[in-house]
Design a protein around this ligand. Structure first.
Ligand code: SAM
Length: 297
């Protein structure tokens, strides 16, 4: 076990800070992120133009800005490691959100960890987590899948791997590939519940909740525009080995219906579905929903 304390001054080596930045709304920048950036000797940025704007907005004036992106990451990593060796504080920021989540940050973190430097996260916005928590789908267990392969054949093969997973699945996708990806999700995973989170924290933020087939239909007429996270329901009942393992096992019938409604069903459809899931008459589920509603008033 190799132990490194983030806030003990026992080493002269530098620190690599992983600084989360906003995914749209600049007010999501944390006080700590501004402070750490101000005190860094160097900021390594995925997109220096974007980061320069952020620095100017928050009056971050001291640090030197260098570029660290997918196409220069080997050369830039050598430079960053040399600065850490000199005892400097280096902050890594990505285009938006949390560095290391679906961006090149992962590699420099691994290199710094292997060499024994301190790596300190400064948490903040992350599109996948923001989408998941507002999705209305179960959050107790989830898998972050991120971007799928670009070629449909590879994408479908990758999706087969997730097909029987019971937990909620979180995907990132570029707008110009969204339609194709949704069609492949539908083909491989079947017609599951989905929440599409678009333009999170921005002016046109939108959550569309429904089924994958409804989404595929919507995308036929409405071209994708902006940034998207797809949150897809896990395999749930289909892959469960027994009644204790279905997603609604710990919910009352009324809560079961409420969850389905949050996922986009009408109340009538949700009552019917919950009754079917539970193998009980619709009337029983409906009575429990009514009782719950009366209790809430
Ligand atoms: N590191 C980032 C994070 O913490 O979320 C993710 C970077 S990844 C290169 C970019 C992808 O994140 C986009 O294609 C989109 O899927 C998702 N994303 C980023 N910002 C978003 C936003 N404001 N709304 C919806 N999705 C967003």
């Amino acid at each position: 076990m190799k132990r490194i304390f983030s806030y003990r001054e026992e080493t002269k080596a530098g620190t690599l800070f992983l600084v989360a930045t906003p995914i749209g709304n600049l007010q999501d920048m944390t006080f700590r992120a501004v402070e750490v950036l101000r005190q860094s000797a160097v900021i390594a940025a995925e997109d220096t133009r974007q980061t320069r704007k952020l620095m100017s907005y928050f009056h971050i004036e001291g640090p030197r800005l260098i570029s660290y992106h997918e196409y220069n990451k080997q050369r830039a990593a050598a430079e960053i490691l040399a600065m850490l060796e000199q005892g400097l504080a280096v902050s890594l920021v990505s285009d938006a959100g949390t560095p290391g989540i679906s961006d090149p940050g992962e590699d420099i973190v691994r290199a710094a960890v292997v060499r024994g430097y301190r790596v300190v996260p400064i948490p903040g916005a992350c599109a996948g987590i923001a989408a998941l928590v507002a999705s209305g789908l179960p959050t107790g267990q989830f898998s972050f899948v991120g971007f799928l392969p670009r070629v449909s054949k590879d994408r479908k093969r990758e999706l087969e791997r997730w097909n029987r997973q019971r937990e909620t699945l979180v995907f990132y996708e570029a707008p110009h590939r969204l339609r194709e990806t949704v069609n492949d999700l539908l083909d491989v995973l079947g017609d599951r519940q989905v929440t599409v989170a678009r333009e999170l924290t921005k002016r046109y933020e939108e959550f569309a909740r429904g089924t994958l087939s409804e989404l595929a239909e919507l995308l036929q007429t409405e071209p994708a525009k902006g940034e998207y996270v797809l949150v897809v329901a896990g395999a749930g009942e289909a892959a469960a080995d027994g009644p204790d393992e279905v997603w609604w096992a710990n919910l009352t019938a009324a809560a079961h219906v409420e969850r389905l409604v949050m996922q986009g069903m009408s109340k009538k459809e949700a009552v019917k579905q919950a009754a079917k899931d539970r193998g009980v008459p619709k009337r029983d589920v409906y009575n429990q929903v009514l009782a719950q509603e009366q209790e809430n008033h």
